[in-house]
Ligand binder design. Structure first.
Ligand code: KIV
Ligand code: ZN
Length: 520
C-alpha cells in the first residue's frame, strides 16, 4: 500500500507581504474580496494584514476574520505586547485565529533595536508567551533567518518553541539563500533543536535572485510543511514565492514531490487576474502558470506539435489552471445572454443591473474592434470595477497631435458629481492630457512609472496603461484599458488620483513607515 501524501499548508500573504509592494495598496472591499477568493479556493492560512500598522489594516483584518469560512486568519505583529494585543483584537473574530509575531535576528537586524543576543532571546520568550496566552495558534518568525548565525538561530527557535509557538517560520527575507542551503537549514533545525518535532516548520522566501519558488520547494524537501506565498508572487522588491507556481509544481511533479495541497488549481487564473487588477501590478507576459504567454505557442514547430498532441509542449493543460481551451470570440452581434455566459466563464457573475452597464461598454468596444477576445473582456471588467467607486471620472477628452507641436488637450472631468473642464498643451498627447488633468485636480504627486502594453494583437488592440505616483510618501497606482492609448493613459492617471484621495483621507502613509525600532 502506498503511503498517503503529506499535506502542505498553503499560507497566503498577498494581503500583508504582497500589499507591502510600493503602490500595491488595496481598498478595504478589495481586500475582503481577495480574502473570500483565497478562502474559496482552499488556501489554509490567510495572512490578512498587519493590524497595528493603520486603522485601515485593523478593520480589514477584523472583517476578513469575521467573514472567513474555512481558512485560518492570521495577523502580523512585531515583538511587543501592544502589537500583539492589537493583532489579537483583529483576528479573534475568526473561527480559527492565528497571531504571527516576528523579530529580526541577524546581526544587521539585531543592531536596529540595539538588543544584545540575551536581551533579544528574553524578548522572544516574553512576546511569544504573551501571544500564546491569547491564542492557541501562534506563529513565530526570526526575520532574516538565512543571515542569522546558526547557533543563535537554533537558540531562538528553541526559545520560541518553549514559549508556545506552534509554527516556526524561517524567512529568507532578502532572497539570499539557494535551494540546497534552504533544504539543509530546515533539516538541521528539525534535527537539532529540542522540541522541533512538535511544531510545523514554514518557509517564507523572497525572490531577489529569482529563486523563491525553488527555495520554498527545497525547504519542503528539508522538512518544512508550510509554504508562505502570494498570488502572482507579489511582495517587497522582487516579490515572494508565487502561490500558483508552488501549487502547480507539486501537482505536475507529484512523482518526485509527493505532497498535496487543498488548493483548487482551476481557480488560479481568476484570482491572479483579480489581484493584478486591484494591486495595479500587471502580470508579466512570461510569468509561469498565469502569464499571458504561459500557454501560447508561437513558433511553427511548437504549433504543429501542439495540434498533433498538446503534451508535446505543455506539461499541464490550460484548463488545470482555469483557462478555457476553446474560447468563443465575441463581436458586435453578440447579445446580452452570450455576454453574460462568457463573463461567467471568465469568473464574473454579473447581476442584472451590472450586465446593463457592462453590455453598453462591450457594445462600444465591439464597434471599435472587430473581434473582442477574452482578454478584452477581462480588461473591460477590470476597468468597470476600478471606476465604479471613483470620485473623479473622465467625461470627455479630445487631443490634437501630430508632427507639429505643441500637442493640445481639451478635457472634462466629473469631480464629486460636478463637471469641470480644462485645456492644456504639452510635449506629446499624453503630456498635454496629463497637464489638463493637473489643471483640475490639485496635487504634487510625482509620476514614478508609466507603462503601456497591448491587451491583444492588432492595431485595433486595447492598450492597458499602468501609472504609479508618489506624494508625501504615499505611493499609489492606477490602471485602465482602451483602444485609444491616450484615453487609457488619462483614465489610469485619474484612477491613481482617486486612490491618492482615499489615501490622503486615511492620513499618514498607511502604516508603511512603521519601523522595526518598536520591537519593544
Ligand atoms: O520577509 C520577511 O522576513 C517577512 C517577515 C515579517 C515574516 O515578511
Ligand atoms: Zn516577507
Amino acid at each position: 500500500m502506498t503511503k498517503p501524501s503529506e499535506k502542505i499548508v498553503i499560507f497566503d500573504t498577498t494581503l500583508r507581504d504582497g500589499e507591502q509592494s510600493p503602490g500595491a495598496t488595496m481598498t478595504h472591499d478589495e481586500k475582503l474580496e481577495i480574502a473570500t477568493m483565497l478562502d474559496e479556493m482552499g488556501v489554509d492560512v490567510i495572512e490578512a494584514g498587519f493590524p497595528i500598522a493603520s486603522d485601515g489594516d485593523f478593520a480589514a483584518v477584523s472583517d476578513i476574520a469575521r467573514n472567513a469560512d474555512r481558512a485560518v486568519i492570521c495577523g502580523l505583529a512585531r515583538a511587543n505586547l501592544k502589537d500583539i494585543d492589537r493583532c489579537w483584537e483583529a483576528v479573534k473574530h475568526a473561527r480559527q485565529p492565528r497571531i504571527h509575531t516576528f523579530i529580526g535576528t541577524s546581526p544587521l537586524h539585531r543592531a536596529i533595536p540595539n538588543l544584545t543576543r540575551d536581551q533579544m532571546a528574553e524578548r522572544i520568550h516574553e512576546t511569544v508567551t504573551h501571544a500564546r496566552n491569547l491564542c492557541d495558534d501562534v506563529q513565530w518568525s526570526p526575520m532574516d533567518a538565512t543571515r542569522t548565525e546558526w547557533d543563535y538561530l537554533a537558540r531562538v527557535v528553541e526559545v520560541a518553541i518553549k514559549a508556545g509557538a506552534t509554527t516556526i517560520n524561517i524567512p529568507d527575507t532578502v532572497g539570499y539563500t539557494a535551494p540546497n542551503e534552504s533544504a539543509e537549514l530546515i533539516r538541521r533545525l528539525i534535527a537539532e533543536v529540542p522540541g522541533a518535532s512538535d511544531v510545523v516548520f514554514a518557509t517564507h522566501c523572497h525572490n531577489d535572485l529569482g529563486l523563491a519558488t525553488a527555495n520554498a520547494l527545497a525547504a519542503v524537501e528539508g522538512g518544512a510543511r508550510q509554504i508562505e506565498c502570494t498570488i502572482n508572487g507579489l511582495g517587497e522588491r522582487a516579490g515572494n514565492t508565487a502561490l500558483e507556481e508552488v501549487v502547480m509544481a507539486l501537482k505536475v511533479r507529484h512523482d518526485i514531490m509527493p505532497f498535496t495541497t487543498g488548493v483548487d488549481s482551476t481557480k488560479l487564473m481568476a484570482i491572479s487576474r483579480r489581484v493584478a487588477s486591484v494591486s495595479g501590478f500587471p502580470v508579466q507576459f512570461n510569468k509561469a502558470i498565469v502569464g499571458k504567454n504561459a500557454f501560447a505557442h508561437e513558433s511553427g514547430i511548437h504549433q504543429d506539435g501542439m495540434l498533433k498532441n498538446a503534451e508535446t509542449f505543455e506539461i499541464m493543460r490550460p484548463e488545470d489552471v482555469g483557462l478555457n481551451a476553446t474560447s468563443l470570440v465575441m463581436g458586435k452581434h453578440s447579445g446580452r445572454a452570450a455576454l453574460r455566459s462568457k463573463m461567467k466563464e471568465l469568473g464574473y457573475d454579473l447581476a442584472d443591473n451590472q450586465l446593463v452597464d457592462v453590455f453598453v461598454r462591450f457594445k462600444a468596444l465591439a464597434d471599435r474592434k472587430k473581434e473582442v477576445f477574452d482578454e478584452d473582456l477581462i480588461a473591460l471588467m477590470q476597468d468597470e470595477e476600478r471606476q465604479s467607486e471613483d470620485r473623479i471620472k473622465v467625461d470627455y477628452l479630445r487631443v490634437v497631435c501630430g508632427t507639429e507641436g505643441p500637442q493640445e488637450a481639451s478635457l472634462r472631468l466629473v469631480i464629486d458629481g460636478e463637471v469641470k473642464a480644462s485645456e492644456a498643451t504639452g510635449d506629446g498627447p499624453v503630456d498635454a492630457a496629463f497637464n489638463a488633468v493637473k489643471a483640475l485636480v490639485e496635487h504634487h504627486a510625482r509620476l514614478q512609472l508609466y507603462q503601456v502594453s497591448a491587451v491583444t494583437e492588432g492595431t485595433d488592440a486595447q492598450a492597458t496603461v499602468t501609472v504609479r505616483m508618489e506624494e508625501d510618501g504615499r505611493i499609489v497606482s492606477g490602471q485602465s484599458a482602451d483602444t485609444d492609448t491616450v484615453v487609457a493613459s488619462v483614465r489610469a492617471y485619474v484612477n491613481a488620483l482617486n486612490r491618492l484621495m482615499v489615501r490622503r483621507e486615511k492620513g499618514g502613509t498607511d502604516g508603511r513607515e512603521i519601523s522595526y525600532k518598536d520591537v519593544g
